[in-house]
Structures are given as structure tokens and as C-alpha cells.
Design a protein around this ligand. Structure first.
Ligand code: NAD
Ligand code: MG
Length: 389
């Protein structure tokens, strides 16, 4: 019998968190659940913490603690709230930790888990965008490791197994094109948050779904690719692939391309990260290639999706540019969801913030620390709020 593994899920109530729970709940004998964390959905958090027998459940919001305590009464699960409690829970010794909080808020808890030496399954791409070098250095220093969960990066990681990174010429990540892939350009200015929050292929959280329509998601992923695999910006491309079956391709120096193909179901990448370095069965649909018939590709047009052009600039700049880009994008996305700015204004706001902070000399830095990232994040949010007006 194999030993039970201690696991925690940060962002357990979200889309990735629930898919992770779906997988581990199928094999309860294999895992001891340490911590589950969530936000305002304390009913869901308490329900899962109780049925999985977690040690502790943490809500990010202090005002939700009484509700969480009530919901957990008599279950033996400890209840906690707030940022410090979240970090403390993330740091509890665990073999495997899922990082599935959305946004820059996921960085500090993920680092705390790595400091404890955990294997970190990283769905929170913002961690890599804001502080990729810091995340990797933290893993190295503690004996922990980082396994990508973003489907494109899991695909690249898998295509690289047994390969030498120095033989890689390029990496191509695919994009579905999101909700507005086929919309005429002139209609985009009037797009609503509801229209942007529907995805043709993937079922994901609201924020990443809107980011897919604007391609800010793909922009984050280009930067994430650079940080994860240590490639040069010119080696990384995005291509629109409406069927979302090929997630990424790795091109080698001999002209060969290794593609990773699978149905758009995040449980594949989550399951891969859960069992790595082994492979175990995961209950995702098996592709019927003949029924699928064909796979198509289109250019990822930077005029239609200016976020992609901004991502190139961020990759070239390095330093704190990723943290600034992400923070400005988070504020612009908030403003779009609250209908304070239009769909196309999101990229305009982010561009203005990058220009302003670059002119002030605030982007380049040799060593990116958590404090410096927090500072840059804070300044960028304020600059974005000013740009939004
Ligand atoms: P979601 O919105 O469905 O869930 C987010 C989770 O984070 C929830 O548990 C929420 O309570 C928690 N949370 C939100 N704000 C928080 C804060 N300030 N502090 C602490 N916790 C907070 O998001 P999701 O779609 O599951 O995405 C999670 C992460 O995974 C994101 O970084 C996203 O880009 C990435 N990702 C998601 C998918 C997907 O299919 N959903 C695919 C690839 C990558
Ligand atoms: Mg992705």
C-alpha cells in the first residue's frame, strides 16, 4: 500500500479547486487533506472541508469567520480567516499543494507552501507573471518544486519530458480566441461583461473567462511561459486554435514539433500534476480523432488583441514589469466588470500604466523580492485607478 499524501488546496472553492477536489474525492484512501481555503463561499468551503476531513478551512475574509465557524460546528475542522491565517495554512507541512487562488493574491500563499518544501501545483499563473524568478528560487532553496497546471504549460512540460531545454527552438501556445473570436472589430467596444464571460470551449472562473476574450489570459501565459521554461521572448508565440484540442507545441532544433493534444478539461493537467512523476488514469473524455475531423489555426492578431503586444513588451523589460502589468490588468478588469470602462479600454488602461511606471523608472530591477512586487503591485493599482478615472 502506498503512503497517504498530505495535500492542501488554496482556492478550493473556485473552478480549479473544485476540479481538484473532484479528483481527490475519488480516491479518499490516498490523501490526508491538510488545508482548504476559499473566499466568500463559506458554505461550499465548509461542506468540502467536512466531507474530506480537512485539518483547517480558511476564508480570506475576516467578516466570514463566524459563518465559517457555524458551518463547521461539530465537524472537528478548525476554522480560520484572513491573510495571516491563509499564509499559516499554506505553510503547514504538506506533500502537495494546489495553488488555485485567482490573481496576485495567490503569490504569497504559494510561496509559503514552497517554503515548507511542498510540491506546488501551480494554476495561479499570476505568481509566475509577477515573480517567476522568486517562485523558482524559493522552490530550489527549500527542496520544493513547481508543476504547471495551466493547460498550455502542462502541455509544454509534458512535451519536454526527457528532452534537453537547450534543444528547444520555440514554444507555441494555443488560444481559443475567447468569446469574441468571430466578432467584427467595430462591435468590440460595446461588448458587455456578460458577453465576455461566456467561453466557447472551457468552463472556468469568471475572471479568466473574460481575460480569454480580451486575450489578457494569453498575454499572462506568454509571460508565464518565459518564466517557467527560461526562454527568450522571441522563442514564444501564440496562435489561435478554435477547437482547443492542441494546448501547446514545442519546436526543437531539428525541426520537429511535439504537440500536446487532449480535450479541454482541466482535470487532465490537474491529474498530471497530482500524480507526477507517475501517470495514473484520469476521468477525462478520450478523443475520437475521426469525429473531430480537423484542427484549425489562425493568427493571433495583435491589432485585435493589443494585450498580446503588451505582453511582448513586458517580457522584454522583465523585472517588475510583469507585476505592474498584472496589477493594472486586475484593476482594469474590475472596472470592466463594474461597467466603469468598456471592453477595449482595459488594454488602454494597462498600456498607460506601463508607460507611466516605465517613464518613472520603476520597472527594471535585478532581484525581485516579495516586498518589491507588493510595492509595484500597489503603485500599479493606484495608477490604473487614476487612468480609469
Ligand atoms: P475562480 O474565480 O473560480 O476561483 C478562485 C479561488 O480563489 C476561489 O476559491 C476564491 O475564493 C479564491 N480567491 C479569490 N480571491 C481571493 C483572495 N483575494 N484571497 C484569497 N483567495 C481568493 O478561479 P479559477 O478559474 O479557478 O482560477 C484560479 C487560478 O487558476 C487563476 O490564476 C487562473 O488564471 C488559473 N487557471 C484557471 C483555469 C480554469 O480552467 N479555471 C485554467 C488555467 C489556469
Ligand atoms: Mg491556460
Amino acid at each position: 500500500m502506498t503512503e497517504r499524501r498530505r495535500i492542501s488546496i488554496l482556492g478550493a472553492t473556485g473552478s480549479i479547486g473544485q476540479n481538484t477536489i473532484d479528483l481527490i474525492a475519488r480516491d479518499p484512501e490516498a490523501y490526508d487533506v491538510v488545508a482548504l481555503t476559499g473566499g466568500r463561499n463559506v458554505a461550499r468551503l465548509a461542506h468540502d472541508a467536512a466531507r474530506l476531513g480537512a485539518e483547517v478551512a480558511v476564508t480570506a475574509h475576516d467578516d466570514q469567520l463566524p459563518a465559517l465557524r457555524d458551518a463547521l460546528a461539530g465537524t472537528g475542522v478548525e476554522a480560520a480567516a484572513g491573510e495571516a491565517a491563509l499564509i499559516e495554512a499554506a505553510r503547514r507541512p504538506a506533500d502537495w499543494v494546489m495553488s488555485a487562488i485567482v490573481g496576485a493574491a495567490g503569490l504569497a500563499p504559494g510561496l509559503a507552501a514552497l517554503e515548507g518544501g511542498a510540491k506546488l501545483a501551480l494554476a495561479n499563473k499570476e505568481s509566475m507573471v509577477c515573480a517567476g524568478a522568486l517562485v523558482m528560487a524559493t522552490a530550489r532553496a527549500s527542496g520544493g518544486s513547481v508543476i504547471p497546471v495551466d493547460s498550455e504549460h502542462s502541455a509544454v512540460f509534458q512535451a519536454l519530458l526527457g528532452e534537453d531545454i537547450s534543444a528547444v527552438e520555440r514554444v507555441v501556445i494555443t488560444a481559443s480566441g475567447g468569446a469574441f473570436r468571430d466578432w467584427p472589430l467595430e462591435k468590440l467596444a460595446g461588448a458587455t461583461p456578460e458577453e465576455a464571460a461566456t467561453h466557447p470551449n472551457w468552463d472556468m472562473g469568471q475572471r479568466i473567462t473574460i481575460d480569454s476574450a480580451s486575450m489578457f489570459n494569453k498575454a499572462l501565459e506568454l509571460i508565464e511561459t518565459r518564466e517557467f521554461f527560461g526562454l527568450e521572448p522571441g522563442q514564444i508565440e501564440a496562435v489561435v486554435h478554435p477547437e482547443s484540442m492542441i494546448h501547446a507545441l514545442v519546436g526543437f532544433c531539428d525541426g520537429g514539433l511535439m504537440a500536446h493534444v487532449g480535450p479541454p478539461d482541466m482535470r487532465h493537467a490537474i491529474g498530471f500534476a497530482l500524480h507526477y512523476p507517475e501517470r495514473r488514469p484520469v476521468p477525462v473524455e478520450r478523443l475520437d480523432l475521426v469525429r473531430l475531423g480537423q484542427l484549425t489555426f489562425r493568427p493571433a492578431d495583435e491589432a485585435r488583441w493589443p494585450a498580446l503586444r503588451l505582453a511582448r513588451e513586458v517580457m522584454e523589460t522583465g523585472g517588475l514589469a510583469g507585476a505592474v502589468f498584472n496589477a493594472a490588468k486586475e484593476r482594469a478588469l474590475d472596472a470592466f466588470i463594474e461597467r466603469r470602462i468598456g471592453f477595449l479600454e482595459m488594454a488602454a488602461v494597462v498600456e498607460r500604466v506601463l508607460e507611466r511606471m516605465s517613464a518613472e523608472g520603476g520597472l527594471h530591477l535585478d532581484t525581485v523580492t516579495l516586498d518589491k512586487v507588493r510595492q509595484a503591485d500597489d503603485l500599479a493599482r493606484r495608477a490604473a485607478d487614476e487612468a480609469i478615472g
